[in-house]
Design a binder for this molecule. Structure first.
Ligand code: SF4
Ligand code: SF4
Length: 506
């Protein structure tokens, strides 16, 4: 379509909607390019977060103690599984390919439970996000928790925001160096213990601690402790908010998942603006002119661990930790004003209040109901399959070359490798039988049949046993392929497992 370039934009805009669009595009094309002379690299602005007291700070301390307590102490929790199994409640037993979680034992072929758990965890994350924004980022994410701990150590050694800023701004003295040295030493100790706790999940913790202390532990344990000490020290001590701003994909994903009904840490600009000092606000109000409740004290900015000014609106850098709520509430309380200038609120509420309508919180929405339903269904399926999973397993692999052999007496023989899994912590006796070929016999290679002719095989506790099985058909020449079924029966309990395969003719 051609647009007459002699028409003015106003004339075009007065025309059809299509022309209006074209006019707008032409305007954009003819507009001068935006100035692009800013630096491509923005140097990092060091953040000195100020300590704060309040509800959300207390919640964060509680979460920090609970999560770090679990992480550091869990490897030492014992769980009696009997004489043939490890006594550690949570253990990733790589040499034996097992994962133990209290009463649950996951075998390598059951790794789909871990996949299911990860899917479940991600949907829970989506639900948390739909209800109350970045709860994960603000309270539970390991980066947040360790950074919080490292910042607490920093305040302990270098003082709170003002002292720290002043000391860094002055010429460094012996005291400054001593404080910084102590801080880095404590950081390294925490980082070292974090790496140390990680490797304890992969071996019997008390034994490994002894071996580590006496330098008898395997090299890989020391290597992993070293790597994790370095990453914890670097990420929580030095990179801090940079991880959230530049490395983590979750802020971008969550921005796409949120909606106007999600509760987020929000500056209620309808109440806070126009900002003015207390005396000025009193003057304006006395004259009947509007004055907001925000005094521009910047306490909310000073306590922010990522350096965000929440008053500028939603920001990817805001991890929704709620500390600015505590800071602003303290300021409002001091001024005798009602708290909540910054609080958990929704976009829709701000819009409604501007229109003079009351706000509301709507937790149950289509997306939250959908997430909750998926969690309930997936969780239910996982619990059901875990509760009803069998403690024995059977699989068969047919010999490929040759597929079948004709014996000198005319019979046809096929060979299989049968794998029997015993997931119980005791030795079990199994009888292996098969059907599908009426005139046939089954033999174990190297295992004689019992007197009654049945094939009995014992499998040790929590192990797998492979046996070679020969099936010989003495009937008429079998067809090219006949389906057969191997059946395993526990002699003591009668529990059964089956494996399907084929018998091939010559
Ligand atoms: S703006 Fe507030 S909620 Fe967001 S990260 Fe900073 S202190 Fe936490
Ligand atoms: S703490 Fe509250 S009053 Fe102070 S600048 Fe922030 S929003 Fe305004």
């Amino acid at each position: 379509m051609h647009v007459d370039s002699t028409l003015s934009l106003d004339q075009v805009a007065a025309g059809t909607p299509a022309l209006t669009r074209l006019a707008a595009q032409a305007e954009v094309r003819s507009a001068p390019p935006p100035k692009d002379d800013g630096p491509l690299y923005a140097p990092r602005r060091k953040i000195y977060p100020q300590s704060v007291r309040g509800l959300f700070r207390r919640i964060k301390w509680a979460v920090l103690l609970a999560t770090l307590g679990v992480y550091y102490l869990l490897p030492f929790v014992r769980w009696d599984r009997g004489p043939n199994a490890p006594a550690q409640a949570v253990l990733i037993d790589l040499p034996n390919s097992r994962f133990y979680f209290f009463f649950i034992e996951i075998w390598p072929q059951e790794v789909y439970y871990i996949t299911g758990l990860l899917i479940l965890a991600s949907i829970v994350l989506f639900l948390m996000n739909a209800v109350a924004g970045r709860v994960w980022c603000g309270y539970l994410c390991p980066q947040t928790v360790w950074t919080d701990l490292f910042q607490a150590i920093e305040r302990l050694t270098e003082g709170d925001r003002r002292d720290h800023l002043q000391r860094d701004g002055r010429k460094w003295t012996a005291d400054t160096y001593a404080r910084k040295a102590l801080k880095h030493f404590l950081w390294l100790m925490v980082a070292w213990w974090t790496g140390g706790a990680w490797v304890l999940y992969f071996a019997d913790a008390p034994t490994l601690v002894k071996h580590l202390a006496t330098l008898q532990a395997p090299f890989i344990a020391y290597a992993f402790i070293g790597i994790l000490t370095f990453t914890t020290y670097t990420l929580a001590g030095h990179m801090r908010e940079q991880v959230c701003l530049y490395m983590c994909p979750w802020p971008r994903i969550q921005a796409a998942l949120t909606d106007e009904y999600a509760l987020n840490v929000t500056y209620r600009y309808d109440r806070g603006e126009p900002r003015c000092a207390v005396s000025k606000a009193n003057e304006l109000r006395a004259r009947g002119e509007p004055a907001g409740d925000c005094t521009n004290c910047k306490q909310c900015v000073h306590v922010c661990p990522t350096g965000v000014d929440i008053r500028n609106g939603a920001d990817l850098g805001c991890i929704q930790c709620g500390l600015c709520i505590d800071a602003c509430d303290a300021m409002m309380t001091k001024l005798g004003r009602s708290t909540g200038l910054i609080g958990y609120d929704t976009d829709i509420n701000i819009k409604r209040r501007m229109e003079g309508k009351p706000g509301f919180v709507k937790i149950m929405r289509l997306r939250t109901a959908l997430y909750a339903a998926i969690i309930a269904i997936a969780g239910g399926i996982m619990i059901f399959t875990l509760a009803t999973r069998e403690s024995e397993g059977l699989s068969s692999i047919h010999d490929r070359n040759p597929m079948s052999v004709r014996l000198s007496n005319g019979a046809v023989r096929n060979a299989y490798t049968i794998r029997i899994v015993n997931k119980q912590l005791r030795t079990r006796d199994f009888i292996l039988a098969f059907n599908g070929l009426p005139a046939s016999l089954i033999d174990f290679v190297g295992v004689p049949p019992r007197e009654d002719g049945q094939l009995l095989i014992d499998v040790g506790p929590d192990t797998t046993r492979e046996v070679r099985v020969l099936v010989t058909d003495y009937g008429d020449t079998p067809p090219a392929s006949t389906p057969i079924v191997f059946r395993l029966t526990d002699v003591a309990t009668g529990e059964q497992a089956e494996a399907r395969d084929h018998f091939f003719g010559p």
